[in-house]
Design a binder for this molecule. Structure first.
Ligand SMILES: *[C@@H]1O[C@H](CO)[C@@H](O)[C@H](O)[C@H]1NC(C)=O
Ligand SMILES: *[C@@H]1O[C@H](CO)[C@@H](O)[C@H](O)[C@H]1NC(C)=O
Ligand SMILES: *[C@@H]1O[C@H](CO)[C@@H](O)[C@H](O)[C@H]1NC(C)=O
Ligand SMILES: [Zn+2]
Length: 228
């Protein structure tokens, strides 16, 4: 075991022994982002068993599920901009640079539903993000969702974040979690992104901001298993 790994494991162990309260934030594990969906992220369905295992085999004070939740006429949909190309960026009337996505996660459609095998409990806090990549704020940071408030109510100090897409919504959620003062972990094997290049760039950016990259096996520790 090299020194960095040893240090990481030690820090995780200390974090676990302290009174820190921790939350799991599952970002957008919805049909449209999974293979077969309208904005499919390759292999994204592989995160489902990882989350189901994490839910059962690690200790969480609270589990959150975010859900991308758009109106049909959403400004980010390429079909709502005549002549625009998918994945290009267009300048909106208010000056906002908007990436063009295929229509996805339209409210009350199959594509917006969670993957059928993802365990979703009644006690999970579910939050729908109408106009944002992040679970915390909209894209212009003008309005806040209830996520921060709910985490504070539960006295959560540490957040473990994963889901899809790592290089879009997971990244934005992590960035805001750090800004709001949470000790933030991104779970690499519980996340999938659009491309290897942008995933590598996203992870590097997150590390530079102070986010710790972990795998689920680092979180599921013998001491956690004993709590079952
Ligand atoms: C958060 O989720 C709750 C429960 O589904 C919902 O009532 C509330 O409107 C959501 N808040 C936001 C900002 O999405
Ligand atoms: C959060 O901390 C406050 C202050 O210590 C306490 O009164 C409250 O019961 C705690 N809430 C939970 C859900 O643990
Ligand atoms: C997580 O696991 C993958 C696959 O084994 C590995 O490539 C990656 O480096 C691991 N990440 C961390 C933070 O341990
Ligand atoms: Zn969206």
């Amino acid at each position: 075991m090299n020194l960095v790994v040893l240090l990481g494991v030690t820090l995780l162990l200390l974090a676990h022994l302290s009174s820190a309260k921790r939350a799991l934030i599952i970002v957008d594990v919805q049909n449209d982002f999974l293979p077969g969906g309208s904005l499919a992220v390759s292999e994204a369905d592989k995160v489902v068993p990882v989350f189901n295992k994490l839910r059962k085999e690690a200790h969480w004070d609270k589990i959150f599920q975010t859900q991308d939740w758009h109106v049909e006429k959403h400004v980010s949909f390429v079909n709502n901009h005549e002549g625009a190309e998918v994945f290009s960026t267009v300048k909106l009337e208010d000056g906002t640079e908007q990436r063009m996505w295929p229509a996805h996660c339209v409210q009350n459609t199959k594509g917006a539903e969670f993957h059928p095998d993802l365990i979703v409990e009644e006690t999970d806090e579910k939050n729908q993000t109408v106009d944002s990549y992040s679970g915390f704020f909209d894209n212009n940071k003008a309005s806040q969702t209830e996520l921060h408030e709910k985490l504070q109510e539960e006295n959560i100090t540490e957040v473990y974040i994963g889901g899809v897409a790592l290089d879009v919504c997971v990244m934005s959620t992590c960035v805001h979690a750090v800004e709001l003062g949470y000790k933030t972990y991104v779970i690499e094997d519980a996340s999938k992104g659009l491309s290897k290049e942008s995933v590598d760039a996203a992870l590097a950016k997150l590390v530079s901001l102070g986010v710790t990259v972990v795998n689920s096996s680092d979180i599921i520790m013998p001491s956690n298993k004993d709590e079952l």
